[in-house]
Design a protein around this ligand. Structure first.
Ligand SMILES: Cc1cc2nc3c(=O)[nH]c(=O)nc-3n(C[C@H](O)[C@H](O)[C@H](O)COP(=O)(O)OP(=O)(O)OC[C@H]3O[C@@H](n4cnc5c(N)ncnc54)[C@H](O)[C@@H]3O)c2cc1C
Length: 388
């Protein structure tokens, strides 16, 4: 059993770490300042363009995209290393293209869709969103009621989606809709490529979320989608959607490890410096236990995440492992960040340190792409044999 990354993946991790240290970390104070003044968590156009330019020149685009559309086709273990490095910073930058929709497209596109959607997406020319959640169906997406009905060569979609990240900026949204009410999640839910300017696709509300994030509410009113934009097989949208969710959950586990490591590093830097009642905090058992528990749990989460990625690369079924790491790593990071904030005292409550944004980010991550309780339920029902 070899727990070391392959040499080329180690070199990639070091390159991404340098990119984070040299390019993303220096932007943190500006990002924090804007968010503290009530702005959204984001980058200016100039900042974004520079990051695009530098990361592209370093060869950091399309890392896990297929080679035939210009990607490097790296395995999941390499992407864990990349995402752990990226997780250390609160500067919101994604190396193009965002992996989850990439995986879903990769698994489903026709030749025509490959040329029109996948290839430009891999080249970083387009942004995408995913529309699954609805006011009445979140943790349980099988309860969705947005309906797609055939009309000649087209599909006509009616319904409402909510909490959709990037819906207003995305060039296209992968939209999930019911095509057969009887079958539901077992053969009755399909995926569609819906362009931002499609007739009947309305972004009706921007919803501010914790930590300066935003999501959107989208109404589909007789939204007409040409037949060739059905993604994958009619009625079989659920499996590629789960593939997409699995990719994000693996990323989230790796980000959580990176974020928790940063919080631990900050705590270890602060504790020896701060003297209370005649002794540095680092001499107090309460703080020592936070440090020891954090280091242990980060180590466990990191190994679990690599194990899951490796199994995925071997083509193994990792549905249970994905749920384990998504729940374990996000909850672990939440506790570690909370202890770091506590160790910093009032300074930990300021909007000058990144800790509060990390906490807000991880707070949302305990909900999206499946709340912790749902993932624990998935693990338990597999063990207990109660899976329906
Ligand atoms: C920042 C953010 C970004 C998002 N982006 C997107 C996006 O881009 N696209 C998209 O489609 N959706 C998105 N979502 C929606 C997200 O996926 C849902 O919020 C999530 O799946 C939970 O659904 P819900 O909010 O309706 O909660 P509900 O389904 O109402 O669940 C509420 C709570 O009930 C509990 N619960 C539910 N089921 C069980 C169970 N079986 N056992 C035990 N407890 C249970 C959990 O504690 C859960 O948190 C986003 C959400 C957030 C916060």
């Amino acid at each position: 059993m070899d727990f070391e990354l392959a040499e080329d993946h180690r070199m990639l991790r070091d390159l991404v770490t340098r990119f984070v240290d040299d390019e993303l970390m220096p932007l943190e104070s500006a990002v924090l300042k804007r968010e503290a003044q009530g702005g959204a968590l984001g980058l200016s156009r100039a900042e974004h363009e520079r990051l695009d330019q530098v990361s592209r020149a370093l060869g950091l685009w399309g890392l896990d995209a297929p080679e035939d559309v210009g990607g490097a086709d790296l395995p999941n273990v390499a992407m864990v290393a990349v995402n752990e490095a990226l997780g250390r910073t609160i500067t919101p930058y994604t190396l193009p293209p965002d992996s989850p929709n990439l995986r879903m497209l990769q698994a489903t596109v026709t030749d025509r869709q490959k040329e029109a959607y996948l290839a430009p997406y891999v080249r970083g020319e387009t942004i995408s969103a995913i529309g699954i959640s609805e006011p009445g169906a979140g943790a349980d997406p099988s309860g969705m009621i947005t309906r797609a009905v055939r009309d000649g060569d087209d599909w006509v979609i009616n319904g409402r989606k909510i909490w959709i990240s990037r819906a207003a900026e995305a060039d296209f949204t992968i939209l999930m809709a019911v095509t057969d009410r009887e079958k539901g999640a077992r053969g009755g839910i399909s995926a569609f490529l819906v362009d931002r300017d499609s007739p009947g696709f309305h972004v009706v509300r921007l919803i501010p979320m914790v930590g300066g994030a935003v999501t959107y509410e989208v109404v589909l009113e007789d939204c007409r989608v040409p037949g060739w934009k059905l993604l994958g097989t009619e009625g079989q949208g659920f499996a590629p959607m789960q593939l997409r969710l699995g990719t994000r959950r693996l990323e989230m586990a790796a980000w959580s490890v990176g974020m928790a490591q940063r919080a631990l590093d900050m705590m270890c830097g602060h504790a020896p410096q701060r003297v209370t009642f005649g002794q540095p905090l680092s001499e107090r058992q309460a703080i020592q236990w936070w440090v020891a528990d954090a280091a242990t749990q980060i180590h466990a989460a990191r190994l679990m995440t690599y194990d899951c990625a490796w199994k995925l690369d071997q083509g193994r079924d990792v549905r249970v492992e994905i749920s384990m790491i998504k729940a374990f790593a996000t909850e672990m990071a939440w506790t570690v960040i909370d202890h770091a904030m506590q160790a910093f005292g009032a300074m930990g409550m300021t909007k000058e340190l990144p800790l509060q944004l990390m906490a807000a980010k991880i707070r949302a991550m305990r909900i999206y792409d499946g709340p912790t309780e749902v993932h624990k339920w998935v693990v338990a029902r597999n063990l207990l044999g109660t899976r329906r």
